[in-house]
Design a protein. Structure first.
Length: 403
């Protein structure tokens, strides 16, 4: 993208350990992932002159333990030559990656590292209830009735989808089980050693009807990172480039209440259904217009799955199937690793762990590079990767050849 002669590409990926309540501090996990990505790219710390992250959610006051800023990581690693950096405060890590792609295209830097550090908040629960005495503004109509955790905002949208189009929980079980199979082949996944059956999914406890435990992402401690550069430099590196051939970002629709990560669970969220449809549609429009590709040109998709039903909205909004058809589209093995249209082959947030979309970027790059091991799909010329489904999202098409 940006230049047919010298496009931007992902050339290295890295993971830290992924687990829950790990004793290793988040900052050291970030160092592990970034150093692994740098080594994988075949460069050194001294080559890195660009850095970006999305440090929000969850966060706290302690840099290096509750979040990992650019300044903390650069100083901790001893990187001395940062010419460009970014910490996106809205959007998500995909926004930081998009900014890094533009910075590279403009020659603001030569090698950019982007990471996402996530920690599991001790005592956190998807069944948390509102404990404050106040319910200001629009929350007065939601918080007193138990609509306090983020899942309580998503569940009604999923229920509406089911009632509109005739979907059942059995249909979504297909997605959860398929992604778990991918996680079982992913050494970085939290659930790498834990299979999941349709029966286990259907009998799991309900968190917010109609969403059960296995419809939720699994909060973890962990970090994933990528290294990006331009084609002229990538040609001398050990890994085949995963070219950024298209970029897309969510538009902000008139008349729909703005959202922020910090607003989740606070009672904000009228018209969630329309927000998710709009986000997927506008990101898709951006991807197709900037890449010159169409949905039929895409071989696989890494679709952000903070909640399992997210995938329905992505598939329909981006044009992979018609409105109300996604629950049938994913059946009959189509989304399996050896299927016609593999989805979230690494396990996604549901089974690899909630790395807030960064795991999706790593997997998309590995598939395009042909380095996904036992998870490698049969054709990966063009892979879509998107994250953020509430007017916060963005994504890309990664390709084996520059378009």
């Amino acid at each position: 993208m940006f230049s047919n002669d010298n496009p931007v590409a992902i050339v290295g990926v890295g993971h830290s350990q992924v687990g829950r309540r790990l004793t290793r501090p988040l900052g050291l996990l970030a160092k592990d992932a970034v150093l692994a990505a740098i080594q994988d790219a075949g460069i050194t710390i001294h080559d890195v002159d660009g850095a970006a992250t999305f440090p929000q959610f969850p966060e706290g006051p302690r840099d290096g333990t509750q979040f990992v800023s650019v300044a903390w990581l650069v100083n901790s690693l001893g990187i001395e030559n940062i010419k460009w950096w970014a910490e996106t405060q809205t959007g998500n890590v995909s926004t930081a990656i998009e900014q890094a792609a533009h910075a590279l295209a403009l020659n603001r830097c030569d090698y950019a590292v982007v990471w996402r550090a996530m920690s599991f908040v001790a005592g956190g629960s998807y069944q948390a209830t509102h404990s404050d005495l106040e319910a200001p503004d629009s929350s007065a109509y939601t918080l007193p009735y138990g609509k306090s955790a983020a899942i309580a905002e998503f569940a009604p949208a999923y229920m509406r989808y089911m009632k509109l189009y005739g979907a059942r929980r059995e249909h979504l079980a297909t997605l959860a089980v398929a992604q778990r199979k991918g996680a079982n082949l992913n050494p970085n996944a939290y659930f790498r050693d834990t299979p999941l059956t349709v029966e286990e999914y259907l009998s799991a406890r309900m968190i917010a009807d109609p969403m059960c435990l296995y419809d939720c992402d699994i909060p973890v401690d962990g970090v994933a990172a990528i290294v990006m550069t331009r084609a002229d430099r990538a040609k001398d590196l050990p890994n085949p480039p995963a070219y950024v051939s298209g970029l897309g970002q969510s538009g902000i629709p008139k008349g729909i209440e703005p959202r922020s990560i910090s607003g989740l669970g606070s009672g904000i969220g009228p018209r969630m259904f329309e927000q998710m449809q709009h986000t997927a549609k506008t990101i898709g429009e951006g991807l197709w217009s900037t890449s010159g590709l169409r949905p039929s040109d895409i071989d696989a998709a890494m679709l952000y799955d903070g909640w399992a039903p997210d995938v329905y909205f992505w598939l329909e909004g981006m044009g992979f199937c018609g409105e109300g058809e996604a629950f049938e589209f994913i059946q009959k093995g189509r989304i399996d690793i050896d299927g016609e249209f593999p989805i979230n082959t690494h396990g996604g947030n549901l089974s690899e762990g909630r790395l807030h979309g960064m795991g999706h970027w790593v997997e998309a790059a590995l598939q395009v590079q042909g380095r996904a091991g036992a998870r490698q799909i049969k054709k990966a010329d063009n892979v879509a990767v998107v994250s953020g489904l509430m007017n916060l999202g963005s994504g890309a098409i990664l390709s084996r050849s520059p378009h």
